[in-house]
Design a protein around this ligand. Structure first.
Ligand code: GTP
Ligand code: SPV
Ligand code: MN
Length: 655
């Protein structure tokens, strides 16, 4: 580790080097307050503004690099490792002069996890606020990583902020580079201090590097999934559900949800994780999941007592939450974001918007602009979440009963459709299409593919990703049920959401669990099993009957029409009108992704690099057998009651 720190200190030339542990939090906070980098909030939390050109992940500037061109996928923005390392090292040279380099040892796993050796990392950052975020988002301190894995087996995560005013963000001369050199387990991020661009344990390690490691070792999956538990107090049964929605599409809110009031006596929801789940097959053949994170980096927008009371408690007094890019009142130290209250504060005195401009002095054309950045966030530790599950950090993880996919889809997708065939479930995740959000620069509202909600974090080729999923899931003896959900269907006329969302989303999940357990049968359709209206627990739900009918039906013909214009971009897929006139999207699973003839690149990687390879990958060949889909299909599905319903859904192409 010393060698690593010395190497990068020699490149970036900081004035000071300091090793950080969570115990340093209070002191770092004091120093940050004194330096004006953060401001106190009225609830005992803190407020920071990031640079106005630096408020979201940049997907365009994010690269996965390896030494093997075969690792190039459609979405991973692959580049040669040697070229990228040289470029970023050049940009980092001397870039920390005058600053402190914080050495942040961290663990992205609960202590004792069987995957802990993949979770060890050391971030070097020249930004104190990033260190404060890391302390909240990961288990930070040398004690967490001492003695884990091989001594050289930690992820090297180097973060250099750069001169944010002069990086040409968004221009043809953009100097920002966010590179994961996956086969060297080295992360080099230059040119930001924001979120996933800068807190390298979370997205860069927890998703990009970890998904690569999971594939290379064959041992696990790392996904942008939330993870929750639902207990039925009447029967005592507990189910665990995980699943992916694209960034800023409802994972945190779902993981933190409470049962609707009318169902609260019977159902208890527990929080496990809101953004990342690592999944593996346990010794008993079941699928297990765990949250590698230690905190929540949640979207502030629309967080209020009705939508997410859990979140309000998790960021309230005594939680030492860090707020980023919300509005701040210099006189009262209050924070505000759109949707916190129905109307913004009436008294504008003291209020600054997220850019730091006094709201009262805004020019007429800026008067309607949001006070908070749409991607403004709160950072709080898991221990502040009131319904955190008691076993959230169990080394064994928790058994997974269901995997769901969803996203912002204004039409096409019903409230929920269950998928009982594992290959079809995986296929549904792989072909996830949704509207992108403000969590990434420049893509808000764009309808696009987002496989498994991993598009921005994809580290290896999509076909291989599908294979790896099917191989893992194919080993599972008690198959999870899958489902596609959509909380975001809109009225075509006035654009309002048809479904109240938030806490009421639990109703769809309760139906899914009952379907899994054979308590309801649902209504078969060509794209999965839909709930019969009578099967949904609707106690206390206020909804227009016509809206509910609409939410529970699929307009197949409209789906087909739209699929032609919007869905033809899956790598290797063709949108081809069938003779019957009914178009279909060719399945990526039937697309010949397996290339057994391909030379496996890591054989060519130098010995020094091999020493840094993910633990557990020694002598392994990443090529997987190609009949996995068949194997996964043949494996039994858990709930026998739904088998007959699913057999009518025997198509693999969608709509
Ligand atoms: P990342 O942290 O970016 O990965 O986002 P996420 O998937 O965790 O999304 P999050 O739960 O933070 O929600 C993002 C935005 O969607 C917030 O503004 C929420 O208020 C809003 N949202 C979440 N769930 C619902 C819902 O059921 N209905 C509606 N209408 N909006 C929702
Ligand atoms: C996301 O964008 O999906 C996030 C936030 O979870 S960030 O850490 O910025 O990637
Ligand atoms: Mn996320």
């Amino acid at each position: 580790m010393r060698e690593y720190v010395r190497h990068w200190a020699h490149v970036t030339r900081p004035d000071r080097i300091e090793v950080v542990s969570a115990a340093d939090d209070a002191r770092l906070i004091r120093e940050s307050l004194a330096a004006g980098e953060i401001l106190p909030t009225s609830d005992g939390g803190y407020y920071a503004r990031s640079h106005r050109k630096d408020t979201a992940r940049s997907e365009e500037r994010t690269v996965v690099a390896t030494s093997d061109p075969a690792d190039k996928g459609v979405y991973n923005n692959w580049r040669p490792a040697a070229e990228m390392t040289a470029t970023v090292t050049g940009l980092m040279r001397g870039a920390s002069v005058g600053k402190t380099m914080y050495v942040v040892p961290y663990l992205m796993a609960p202590p004792g996890s069987p995957l802990a050796r993949y979770a060890v990392g050391v971030e070097l950052t020249d930004h104190r606020t990033v260190a404060l975020h890391m302390i909240r988002m990961a288990r930070v301190g040398i004690e967490h990583i001492d003695g884990l894995g091989e001594p050289a087996g930690f992820v090297r995560a180097v973060h250099v902020t750069g001169d944010l005013e002069n990086l040409g963000q968004g221009t043809a001369h953009d100097r920002r580079h966010f590179v994961t050199v996956a086969d060297e387990r080295t992360i080099l991020h230059y040119g930001s201090s924001y979120g996933g661009n800068a807190l390298l344990g979370k997205i860069a390690h927890g998703l990009r590097q970890a998904s690569y490691d999971g594939w290379a070792s064959g041992a696990f999956l790392a996904e942008q999934f939330m993870l929750l538990g639902i207990t039925d107090r009447q029967t005592g049964r507990k189910h665990h559900i995980c699943g992916g929605f694209p960034s800023a599409s409802g994972k945190t809110n779902l993981a933190m949800t409470l049962a609707p009031d009318a169902l609260g006596d019977r159902y208890h929801v527990e929080f496990y994780g809101d953004d990342i789940t690592w999944l593996w097959v346990g010794d008993d053949g079941r699928l297990y999941g765990m949250n590698p994170e230690f905190g929540v980096f949640g979207v502030a927008k629309d967080t209020n007592a009705a939508t997410n009371p859990t979140a309000l408690a998790a960021i309230g007094p005594g939680t030492e939450t860090l707020f980023t890019n919300v509005a701040y009142n210099t006189k009262t130290s209050e924070v505000w974001w759109e949707g916190k209250t129905e109307q913004p504060p009436a008294d504008l005195d003291g209020w600054l918007d997220w850019t730091g401009e006094p709201v009262a002095e805004r020019s007429p054309e800026r008067r309607g602009d949001p006070w908070a950045h749409p991607n403004s966030r709160f950072t709080t530790t898991l221990s502040n979440v009131p319904n955190l599950a008691a076993d959230y950090a169990a080394p064994s993880g928790v058994p997974i009963d269901a995997i769901i996919f969803g996203g912002r889809t204004r039409d096409r997708e019903p409230l929920i459709r269950a998928i009982t065939d594992v290959a079809e479930g995986v296929y549904d995740g792989l072909t996830l299409g949704a509207e992108a959000t403000f969590a990434a620069e420049g893509v808000d509202g764009m309808l696009r593919y987002d496989p498994m909600s991993m598009r921005p974090f994809m580290s290896y080729p999509e076909g291989r990703y599908a294979e790896h999923w099917l191989r893992i899931i194919g080993q599972v003896t008690e198959k999870p049920i899958f489902a596609h959900v959509n909380w975001f269907q809109r009225d075509p006329e006035d654009g309002r959401f048809l479904w109240p969302g938030y806490r009421d989303n639990l109703r769809a999940l309760l139906w899914l669990m009952r379907l899994r357990d054979g308590e309801v049968r649902g209504v078969p359709s060509p794209v999965g099993v839909l709930p019969a209206k009578s099967e949904l627990l609707l106690d206390g739900l206020r909804i227009d009957e016509a809206d509910l009918d609409r939410l529970l039906t699929i307009d197949l013909s409209a789906g087909v029409r739209r699929s032609i214009s919007a869905r033809g971009t899956w790598p290797g897929s063709k949108v081809c009108p069938r003779r019957s006139g009914r178009p279909t999207t060719a399945s990526p699973l039937t697309w010949k992704a397996a290339r057994p003839d391909r030379k496996v690149g890591h054989r060519r990687v130098a010995a020094e690099v091999a020493a840094r390879r993910p633990p557990g990958t020694e002598g392994r060949d990443r090529r997987q057998p190609s009949n996995l889909r068949e194997r996964a299909r043949r494996a039994p599905v858990a709930a026998s009651a739904v088998r007959s319903a699913s057999s009518s859904a025997g198509i693999l192409g969608r709509w």
